[in-house]
Ligand binder design. Structure first.
Ligand code: FE2
Length: 333
């Protein structure tokens, strides 16, 4: 299975097989803006430039020709339109030119499936935290169900926007530390920032506004970073903990770009231990967006007969995780 990922800032292509060593290749190019946030059109233009070489590299390093591939999987959403269109166009072209079945993959489902695949945890409660999504999900009656989610901005977006606004970019997780984690070193907890959990849902936009106001009024940056980080991470761990208690699951997973944060991992591990649940972190390389997760999920879906006509393979920018049937759940990984 060849998988294509292009929902946000990474263009990834991977070839996987259904027997060891499973992951045959994992090629990617990540768009990094010189300053400011990511402009979808600029990223899409970058994806268009690199798409050909990434596909070629993924095939070559897997040691296969396109003819050897059984099917093409593509992330059709959720994500940003211009970027999604590049990946969809590449996948549709490969599928139609080489007469390969095309398999639609939901990017959020794929984040969960790659975590289950890499850890071997079969029936977990999952915290999915990234730049574009924040949700606690677990499987029930055929689908992943959302136990709690953000009411406004995703947690990754909170951290990235704060980092950019106060000038501690690049706001990515490097070596297990987000720029905000690094800035928080030596900081102390201070009063005055809002901790918001409504029902099972988180909210971060008020926290961002209040934190930026504090920095501008001269409060020590390390203290604001530390407090912001503690509040943001604790609120999602609280929802995860309640989800764990409510569902009675025995396993906990963390996935998505922010899953590369060592500190968030530590908090979740401590919470899981308290409940006697098993927690296994995923390698940082697979926390963020990658083609492998699309190919692995596409392989499972394809075995269950999921394909889509090339002419009907439209992107779905707001395709929710709970809109996708996952019949392979108990037979995967
Ligand atoms: Fe993602």
């Amino acid at each position: 299975m060849l998988g294509v990922e292009s929902t946000a800032h990474s263009f990834g292509v991977s070839v996987v097989s259904d027997s060891p060593p499973y992951i045959l290749s994992d090629s990617r190019r990540v768009y990094t803006p010189r300053e400011g946030g990511i402009l979808p059109r600029e990223v899409a233009a970058f994806f268009s430039r690199v798409a050909g070489e990434v596909v070629r590299e993924a095939l070559e390093s897997a040691g296969v020709r396109i003819g050897d591939v059984d099917a093409i999987a593509v992330a059709l959403g959720p994500g940003m339109g211009p970027q999604l269109r590049v990946g969809a166009t590449v996948a549709r072209a490969l599928a139609s030119y080489y007469s390969k079945p095309l398999v639609p993959v939901n990017h959020a489902v794929a984040h969960v499936e790659i975590a289950r695949f890499l850890t071997g945890l079969r029936d977990p409660i999952v915290l999915y935290v990234a730049g574009g999504n924040t949700a606690v999900v677990s499987y029930s009656e055929g689908r992943y169900r959302v136990f709690g989610e953000t009411l406004d901005m995703p947690l990754g977006n909170l951290l990235d926007t704060f980092a950019r606004e106060v000038g501690i970019a690049p706001p990515y997780v490097v070596g297990g530390m987000h720029a905000v984690d690094r800035c928080a070193e030596g900081g102390d907890f201070i009063e005055g920032l809002p901790y918001i959990v409504k029902g099972q849902d988180s909210s971060f936009s008020g926290l961002l506004t209040a934190a930026l106001r504090m920095v501008r009024s001269g409060v020590r940056l390390a203290d604001v970073c530390y407090t912001l980080r503690e509040i943001a991470y604790s609120s999602v761990v609280e929802v995860l903990e309640r989800g764990l208690a409510h569902t009675g699951r025995r396993e906990v997973l963390l996935t998505g770009g922010v899953a590369a944060s060592k500190i968030l991992n530590d908090k979740i591990e401590a919470m899981a231990r308290l409940h006697g649940a098993v927690y296994k972190p995923i390698p940082a390389r697979y926390a963020g967006d990658n083609g492998v997760m699309i190919a692995v999920t596409g392989m499972a879906a394809y075995k269950w007969g999921y394909t889509i006509e090339v002419s009907r393979a439209f992107i779905r920018q707001r395709w929710r995780i709970d809109q996708v049937d996952v019949p392979w759940y108990y037979e995967f990984p």
